[in-house]
Design a protein around this ligand. Structure first.
Ligand code: SIN
Length: 285
């Protein structure tokens, strides 16, 4: 077994993990090393992997179990794997807005796994923002206020029938499946206790968080506008330059992410799985 090395890649989040061949391993020590690196750095990238879809599924299982990704058509024969694809003639990419994956579910995924098959010659990076830092850097007064709040999440405006992606789905190779079910609402604490580290993390994102529970829209928009801006301050971020064969994993309980759309005229292809998570619990005041 090659020696596993974890090299921090950014000041606020991100690390490279080398010395693990994910096509060979479901070695418990190596999986534990990846999980530890994730808990310490929120996002990890493993370059130079050579994976088939079955390898990706097995690795997802080893991390905690595969889960579905609603409202995106999975790859035929692989109901837990979605393809994220932008062709050279397309102008829109997938995930070009800050968000936490599937926060509209009762038990959102703990981790997302994204494997790079093809990159543009330049661009197409992904950026993550550390949501522990986003919380820690608020004023004590606002932290106290947020610790007492919950927020309503829904995929409706993005994936609902008649929603944003329904209107543009024919212009995208990523296979969006709009549904009336996307309008379901789920309430989560505004600040969650990470189930493994116990640390408080902001859990509000501009794609899926619709409003603060029990507040008027005007009140809610005011507070959320401030939080959404603060939560992705450049000082909390790390940006990954992909190469074919890079696999990244991120922890949805303490990050938001954004896929840049700066590579028109070129192809970018990824495959993605979700790792089962649990119902978010409130951080203690
Ligand atoms: C995603 O949000 O799952 C996609 C990220 C990316 O394509 O970089």
């Amino acid at each position: 077994m090659a020696r596993t090395t974890v090299t921090p890649a950014g000041g606020s989040a991100g690390a490279y993990v080398t010395g693990i061949d994910l096509a060979k391993t479901n070695d418990a020590e190596e999986i534990a090393a990846i999980r530890d690196a994730l808990l310490a750095h929120q996002v990890v990238a493993l370059p130079d992997q050579k994976l088939g879809l079955e390898d990706l599924e097995c690795f997802t299982d080893a991390l905690g179990g595969r889960d579905v990704t609603p409202f995106v058509k999975p790859i035929d024969g692989h109901p837990f794997v979605i393809r994220i694809l932008k062709e050279p003639h397309e102008k829109l990419n997938f995930a070009n807005a800050w968000h936490t994956d599937l926060s509209y579910l009762e038990a959102p995924p703990s981790f997302t796994v994204l494997y790079c098959l093809e990159t543009p010659p330049a661009g197409g990076d992904t950026v993550w923002a550390n949501q522990y830092m986003a919380f820690e850097t608020l004023s004590p007064g606002l932290r106290d206020t947020l610790l007492g709040l919950s927020a309503v999440h829904s995929a409706g405006p993005a994936y609902g029938t008649g929603g944003y992606l329904d209107g543009v789905k024919d212009k995208m190779s990523t296979r969006i499946e709009p549904s009336p079910d996307a309008y379901r609402e789920q309430t989560h604490p505004a600040v969650i206790a990470h189930p493994e580290t116990g640390k408080p993390a902001l859990y509000l994102n501009p794609v899926y968080t619709q409003r603060i529970a029990g507040w008027s829209k005007a009140e809610s928009d005011g507070l959320l506008g401030h939080i959404f801006h603060h939560a992705v301050n450049e000082n909390f971020t790390w940006r990954l330059k992909w190469a074919p064969g890079t696999l990244a994993i991120w922890d949805n309980r303490c990050t938001q992410h954004f896929a840049l759309n700066d590579y028109h005229g070129h192809r970018r292809e990824m495959v993605r799985t979700s790792v089962k998570g649990s119902k978010p619990k409130a951080a203690k005041a």
